[in-house]
Design a binder for this molecule. Sequence first.
Ligand code: SAM
Length: 292
Amino acid sequence: MHKDIATPKRTKEILDKYGFSFKKSLGQNFLIDTNILRNIVEYGEVSEKTAAIEIGPGIGALTEQIAKRAGKVFAFEIDQRLLPILEDTLSPYDNVTVIHKDILKADVTELIGEELKAYEEVRVIANLPYYVTTPIIMKLLQEGLPLKSITVMLQKEVAERMAAKPGTKEYGSLSIAVQYFTQAETVMIVPKTVFVPQPNVDSAVIRLVVREEPPVRVKDEDFFFEVVRASFGQRRKTILNNLQSNLPDGKAKKQGIEAALATTSIDPKRRGETLSIEEFGALSDELFPLFK
Ligand code: SAM
């Protein structure tokens, strides 16, 4: 048995050995609690048949726990200084490939698409760098990878917005973007004390189970998201006002917008935050001929 990386003592030993200094700009907050890491992997439903994609392995704390359960781990790390450390700490695991790339710039499908085919399922597990959580998740969802789930640690406040239900103050265009592609659930709240250095914000683990079909079939996906964004333009405004102000030539098309709201039985005085995904779907289909 190897000593776990994610203990305060072993982590300190590794950091000291390599004289590693944290870069705040890269969201480097490493986990030092093995139980939390095991729970993340558990919620991530990783097994022998899984190819796991990790973003930001750091010194390998989570990578190690995934490697013990998964068929294969592909770990994308932006910080070159971590490469020799990972080579050392992950040397007991022959099922890990570390890829030195910025995940936002990497063509993941081109890099590992072929290799993923050898596994029954692909899942993302990560303790994300907090400065780019949303762009990373949206990129992964839109990349066309055959993902089953994304289980990641991020800021608690962002997790709440992603999993929010209509009618709550957290519900917005991010909730709809995420829930259009996945079923979202916050599965764990994590205290600051299990990281070095400790982050300024509270953390949570969110599990996004990728849908086989979107919850609504819309005529045009891009326009659907345009309508969603327009509807949340200014949260205090009514849906009618927001659509008029934020859709192209919205003011001139007021009558058409009112007619679309009437046809879909949506009260023009409602606010965007009260509409379900299904209602946004019906509304955007009704508005589509008017704007395209
Ligand atoms: N997985 C480790 C753990 O749990 O202890 C480290 C997590 S730390 C919150 C985030 C990691 O993501 C860091 O290792 C950082 O260097 C890396 N990172 C930051 N931006 C990245 C990017 N755009 N692409 C890939 N890795 C990135």
